[in-house]
Design a protein around this ligand. Structure first.
Ligand code: SF4
Ligand code: F3S
Ligand code: FES
Length: 245
């Protein structure tokens, strides 16, 4: 009995040029997209560039666009995808291609450097309530897969890399700002350097997060409220005062 096969269209190329190349691989129940890519590497294209490390959904290295959706290839089962047409596998669109499925995500680490680190309040007792631990713990689950960065239209379509930090870094700021012992105000960084105002709450980031972090509701919206409180409320108060209202 011939083994079932499945067809993949995998992007091959670099920043200058490239095209989708067709490969056929045997299909086994339970296999994930990364398994199929490894089969292609082993049998047909040893020079296929694929980044991965853990194969367990924890290192955030294997991000790509599978059938046009940003996914971890090690967590995407082949049997969850329609098999009546080829499965397309493309590199993340928001980042420059290095080769094939590997993109240069180093821009993210530059953004990270704009964020002032945790600084504990002096002279306070280090005592935390469970609800505060739980709140920041959600943000600390981030595996830096950058799928949220890849899907956010501000970075994907509008080339705002200089002005906009992206959802991953709003999650990071939230993890610091919502820590009860932290003493730094990051409102000006959020507004001036990370461009939080450019986010119009489309929630696409939240939909693709493999760690199920509620990026929009739990990080971005509370941070927007903090920026409003720090920037606009004092001004409104002043305006009201001047008007004698
Ligand atoms: Fe990935 Fe979620 Fe972290 Fe974004 S917030 S980088 S989608 S784990
Ligand atoms: Fe982008 Fe997420 Fe905002 S997708 S626009 S950061 S809600
Ligand atoms: Fe580590 Fe996929 S290989 S998350």
């Amino acid at each position: 009995v011939p083994m079932a096969e499945t067809t993949l269209l995998v992007f091959r190329g670099d920043r200058e040029s490239g095209k989708a190349v067709e490969y056929r691989v045997p299909f086994a129940p339970g296999m994930v997209v990364l398994d199929a890519l490894h089969l292609i590497q082993a049998r047909q294209a040893p020079d296929l560039a694929v980044r991965w490390n853990c194969k367990a959904g924890k290192c955030g290295s294997c991000s790509a666009e599978v059938n046009g959706r940003p996914r971890l290839t090690c967590k995407t089962r082949m049997d969850s995808l329609p098999r009546d047409k080829p499965i397309t596998i493309f590199p993340m669109k928001a980042f420059p291609i290095i080769k094939d499925l590997v993109t240069d995500v180093s821009w993210n680490f530059k953004v990270n450097r704009k964020i002032p680190p945790f600084r504990p309040r002096p002279d306070v007792e280090w005592k935390m309530y469970q609800r505060d631990v739980d709140r920041v713990q959600e943000f600390r689950k981030c595996i830096e897969c950058f799928l949220c960065q890849n899907v956010c239209h501000v970075l994907r379509e509008h080339g705002k890399e200089e002005e906009f930090g992206g959802p991953r870094f709003f999650v990071r700021v939230a993890s610091l700002d919502m820590h009860p012992l932290d003493d730094v105000s990051r409102a000006s960084v959020l507004k001036e350097e990370l461009g939080l105002g450019l986010c119009n709450i489309t929630k696409c980031c939240t939909e693709v997060c493999p760690e199920n972090i509620h990026i929009t509701d739990n990080a971005i919206i509370p941070l927007k409220e903090r920026v409003v409180d720090e920037y606009y409320d004092p001004l409104l108060r002043l305006v009201r005062k001047i008007r004698g209202a």
